[in-house]
Ligand binder design. Structure first.
Ligand code: F6R
Length: 239
């Protein structure tokens, strides 16, 4: 794992945005896997800024997001589709038809998982996947468990994830209990992975990740098996 340590959140956001921009410049029709959450917000602002300054174009880029609450309407302001529009897609020259998020309103979540896997495969796979990490070690919404599912699927969120995500909702009881998520296999098929971690509350997660062991009860440790992972983190997570 290649590790880039940054002084603060702003520097991490800029370094991560530069890595994404380099990949788009090298391959303008990049298939870019994206994450939501607080961690990549600053990177999205940097990418929007580069686009508005005419330094970077998303015209040929296709995006596939990791996950979405289930069930949720895409127009709901708590949906990940809404988050992506607000933080990135509304501010760049991407064709929205080329932006994909699992459909939180799908009638049959298992069929939606299958459709999403086929979509990724029809796109020729993900070139670069951006990831955050949960305090419990989840990536996407692959929560700690004795078995991890390979393909896109519907999953129950753990109490720890519901509690962490309740900061975005009026009350913890409003947080959806389930989500559609790419599986560990879908994430692993990405050619490159850019893992972003910031904030002291992720310290324990980072030490578990850097132990160089794998543990399905801490799903991010699986990344130790992927051949091309870059971790961009703030220095406080390594203290
Ligand atoms: C979001 C996702 C999650 C988050 C993780 C960290 O699409 O897949 O795994 O990356 O929960 O969230 P933040 O960045 O809010 O701490």
């Amino acid at each position: 794992m290649n590790i880039i340590v940054c002084r603060n959140y702003e520097e991490m956001s800029l370094r991560a945005a530069r890595i994404v921009a380099e990949q788009i410049k090298a391959k303008p029709n990049l298939v870019l896997g994206l994450a939501t959450g607080s961690t990549p917000e600053g990177m999205y602002a940097q990418l929007a800024d580069m686009n508005q300054k005419g330094e970077l174009s998303f015209k040929e880029v296709t995006t596939v997001n990791l996950d979405e609450y289930y069930p949720i309407a895409p127009a709901n302001d708590q949906s990940y589709r809404y988050f992506m529009n607000r933080h990135l897609f509304d501010h760049i020259d991407i064709d929205k038809a080329n932006t994909h998020v699992p459909d939180g309103a799908a009638a049959d979540p298992a069929a939606e998982g299958k459709r999403y896997e086929e979509l990724i495969s029809d796109l020729g796979g993900i070139d670069l996947q951006v990831l955050g990490i949960g305090r419990n070690g989840h990536i996407g919404f692959n929560e700690p468990d004795s078995k991890l599912i390979l393909d896109t699927h519907v999953t129950d969120l753990t109490e720890s994830t519901i509690e962490a995500n309740s900061r975005f909702f009026a009350s913890p009881s409003d947080v959806p209990r389930r989500a559609l998520t790419m599986g560990i296999g879908s994430i692993f098929k990405a050619k490159k992975i850019l893992l972003m971690i910031s904030g002291v509350e992720k310290k324990a997660a980072v030490s578990a990740l850097l132990e160089r062991t794998v543990d399905t009860n801490f799903p991010a440790t699986m990344l130790n098996l992927h051949p091309d992972v870059t971790l961009v983190c703030t220095a406080d997570v390594l203290d």
